[in-house]
Design a protein. Structure first.
Length: 118
């Protein structure tokens, strides 16, 4: 079993920045990839960004150039640096981790709230 804990959310003014963290813990596991998703009220959950074990990244179009995903392999921790935040970035942000086994089991965190408002 793998536990995922996100942190770093909060209230920020438009144009501001936040860095989210995603810590994975458990026994004897290797991460295949990690992704950040978000869900705003009344909307479906959407992919924000993802990063593979070998460092390949993927971003949703609306986040390119503003958000940066990264990982610290030694700490089994991922990060999402969010700059130039907009009110429409307001959502609960979730971390998803897939484990490197034949079935790629997927684990979700509980989410962290990001609110962009003046």
């Amino acid at each position: 079993q793998v536990q995922i804990v996100e942190s770093g959310g909060g209230l920020v003014q438009p144009g501001g920045s936040l860095r989210l963290s995603c810590a994975a813990s458990g026994t004897s596991f290797s991460i295949y990839d990690m992704g950040w998703y978000r869900q705003a009220p009344g909307k479906q959950r959407e992919l924000v960004a993802s990063i593979t074990n070998d460092g390949r990244t993927n971003y949703a179009d609306s986040m390119k150039g503003r958000f940066t995903i990264s990982r610290d392999h030694a700490k089994n921790t991922g990060y999402l640096q969010m700059n130039s935040l907009k009110p429409e970035d307001t959502a609960v942000y979730y971390c998803n981790v897939r484990i490197a086994t034949s079935f790629l089991p997927s684990y979700w965190g509980q989410g962290t709230q990001v609110t962009v408002s003046s």
